[in-house]
Design a protein around this ligand. Structure first.
Ligand code: UCC
Ligand code: FAD
Length: 586
């Protein structure tokens, strides 16, 4: 076909076609699963109020917050170490958008909501749903919020006496002029996983009962925070410190003075140059006589900071699940606009199948997140049964490690859905993948969390695992009476049976076997429990066909990898030795 050519590429003309940009809509209104989850679980009055708040907040994210988040990425923090006259100032300069995020966090009660408990145990679910809408547009302000929430939790658990009372009121304030954020300084150069082996920071008691700290903190994120919790070894009267976990105590420290200047005794060595999370200032800090308050019993530092780890790990899950959801929603918007081979890519079944696989992962992860938030809410309002508490202990590391891996895979696939545009910096998609990579590293790597799962089992002498089996069975009850779900229920039952047999066999084996099995074991727990949650959700009266379909699809994967790998001999000592020869060959 001959066309009349008007030389469209001449001079300043660059062609006439420009792809329409996919835009974010109200993320609450676009999320049918979130709305259904809340409707099923929340009491009707609470649902109405929470739903109104989330719809309003969804609009605010779309109209105001999303562009601020982008600005945080484009204007990363920098360190001004000296002033014009050569004085050391260690000023961490952040952009206006980052500062605005702090104000918005207070206005929206993103931390306060969880501690005011106006919806009793459902307050955590409300807070988590709000953070879930916020996270992908927050310019990673969710990082300081996670640690702020964790610090508030530690203070609430230990009791807000003395200087902690003031700190708690700032951390949980809705007033932007009073709101504080907190850091969490645990990692030193010698080790971030092995905190007990890695911590060299020492604390010397002063005559007024406070301490001064000397040490080097190797990773400190959101170093523009107002305060921090940190670990150190107390020097005794003989000038000695105790090594190992029992030598560590927990300290509270104000990081800056009323004018926002870093306190004496803290030197910012440099800001880290990172693959992602570039919106967040992450620094190396020298503590050279920094004033601190001991807030745990001596030697109970790790045990006392554990409640912070629970909270920050749940925030990590929020980020993982929310970024999967956001990428899928954007890819969905794009698929309706982008045309290839004569039709929108939405109408190419293979493209839609790719997105359906991402959906199954994201929906499963969403329910696992909400279950963890629900259990946390019950625990915090003294409404949790023993089973609920055990389950929360187990599901926190399971959800953190599993959703972190899912997020990287789903987001990577999501970028491909935009073709070359997914790989471009200025479309804003590349940052999502970069930022996802950290989700499996900070707050405990995958292996460290898998070992934490084992720690929870050992410490409870199996009670935690018993809670897992009972809870999973309870979730299946309703679904087992629905014919469309029967075969999926059977698949979960089989997996539970195989898992039960594995744990019996493993009991008689050594620690090497259990360590080698730890990751697959945790994956097994994640897949089975998520399957049970999807089935429970799909069995609710009036559930749409898509809920049934999601549950069926989830249950078709290998639900018990730990059994398969054990039968293949992967956990034997011989396999461990072969792994070594093979990995370090040459
Ligand atoms: O990365 C960091 C901040 C990043 C920025 C924030 C992002 C937040 C997400 C935002 C999304 C946008 S801060 C650094 C995080 N670091 C870690 O996560 C450390 C990873 N390593 C571990 O988790 C290790 O498992 C350790 C350090 C906890 C292991 O230490 P120990 O000393 O070997 O542990 P023990 O001896 O087994 O445990 C000491 C005590 C025990 O209690 P008792 O003494 O009563 O028997 C344990 O039961 O601590 C207790 N414990 C726990 N309790 C240990 N882990 C836990 C736990 N998870 N829950 C409850
Ligand atoms: P290592 O402990 O040296 O681990 C190296 C590898 O060995 C990992 O793959 C690990 O899984 C594996 N490994 C270690 N032990 C075992 C084992 N027993 N079995 C099997 N595998 C094992 N920390 C803070 O305290 N505060 C912060 O604010 C903070 N912010 C951070 C921000 C960013 C962007 C990053 C990347 C890190 C941050 N961290 C922070 C540090 C982070 O928590 C640690 O990097 C992390 O816990 C891992 O510690 P490590 O780097 O010392 O790795």
């Amino acid at each position: 076909i001959l066309q009349e050519l008007k030389a469209p590429f001449a001079r300043t003309e660059t062609g006439t076609f420009f792809q329409e940009q996919p835009r974010i809509g109200n993320q609450y209104l676009e999320d049918g699963l979130l709305q259904r989850y809340l409707k099923v679980h929340l009491p009707p009055k609470v649902f109405t109020e929470v739903s109104q708040d989330l719809e309003r907040f969804g609009s605010r994210v779309m109209d105001e917050i999303d562009s601020l988040g982008r600005e945080c990425e484009l204007t990363p923090p920098r360190l001004q170490q000296y002033d014009a006259w050569g004085r050391r100032v260690d000023h961490i300069i952040t952009c206006m958008a980052w500062k605005r995020m702090k104000e918005i966090s207070a206005e929206e009660g993103l931390i306060a909501e969880a501690y005011e408990r106006r919806y009793s145990s459902w307050s955590r679910v409300h807070q988590v749903a709000k953070l879930y809408l916020y996270a992908p547009s927050s310019g990673l302000f969710t990082c300081p919020l996670a640690m702020t929430d964790g610090a508030a939790k530690v203070i609430e658990t230990l009791g807000s006496l003395g200087p902690l009372e003031e700190a708690f009121s700032h951390l949980t304030s809705r007033d932007p002029t009073k709101f504080w954020t907190s850091g969490q300084w645990m990692t030193e150069r010698k080790g971030g996983s092995d905190v007990a082996g890695g911590t060299e920071t020492v604390a010397r008691e002063q005559s007024d009962g406070t301490y001064i700290l000397h040490g080097f903190k190797w990773f400190t994120s959101a170093t523009d925070s107002d305060m921090t919790l940190t670990l150190a070894r107390i020097v005794d009267a003989r000038g000695q410190v105790e090594q190992g976990s029992r030598g560590l105590s927990l300290f509270y420290m104000k990081v800056r003075d009323e004018e926002g200047k870093v306190n004496d005794g803290i030197e910012v060595q440099r800001l880290k140059e990172k693959l992602g999370t570039r919106q967040v200032p992450t620094a190396e800090l020298l503590l050279d006589g920094a004033k601190a308050y001991r807030i745990s019993a001596e030697g109970r530092g790790v045990a006392s900071i554990a409640s912070m780890l629970t909270i920050t790990r749940i925030h990590n899950v929020v980020s993982a699940v929310a970024s999967m959801r956001r990428v899928i929603n954007m890819a969905r918007a794009y698929a309706t606009k982008r045309v290839a081979f004569g039709k929108p890519i939405k109408d190419h079944p293979l493209h839609t199948q790719t997105m359906a696989r991402m959906e199954v992962q994201a929906r499963g992860a969403f329910l696992l997140l909400m279950e963890t938030a629900r259990l946390l809410g019950l625990e915090e309002t003294s409404m949790a049964t023993e089973q609920d508490q055990d389950l929360l202990r187990l599901l926190t590391p399971v959800a953190k490690l599993y959703t972190g891996k899912q997020a990287i895979a789903v987001i990577s696939e999501g970028l491909e859905c935009f073709g070359g545009q997914g790989y471009m910096e200025d479309t804003g998609f590349a940052v999502v993948l970069r930022d996802a990579q950290v989700l499996t590293i900070w707050e405990g790597t995958t292996n460290i969390l898998a070992l934490d799962v084992l720690r929870s089992l050992t410490k409870s002498q199996g009670k935690v695992l018993a809670a897992f089996f009972s809870a999973a069975q309870e979730k299946l009850e309703l679904a087992s009476r629905i014919s469309d779900l029967e075969s999926s229920v059977q698949l979960i039952q089989n997996a539970l049976h195989r898992l039960g047999q594995f744990t019996q066999r493993a009991g008689s084996k050594g620690t090497v076997t259990m360590q080698l099995a730890a990751r697959d074991f945790a994956y097994t727990l994640a897949r089975i429990y998520t399957g049970a949650l999807l089935l429970e959700h799909a069995a609710q009266p009036g559930a749409p066909l898509t809920d049934i379909y999601t549950a069926q699809r989830w249950c078709q994967q290998d639900l018990c990898p730990v059994d398969k790998e054990e039968r293949a001999g992967c956990y034997d000592e011989a396999a461990a030795s072969m792994d070594t020869s093979f990995v370090y060959e040459g």
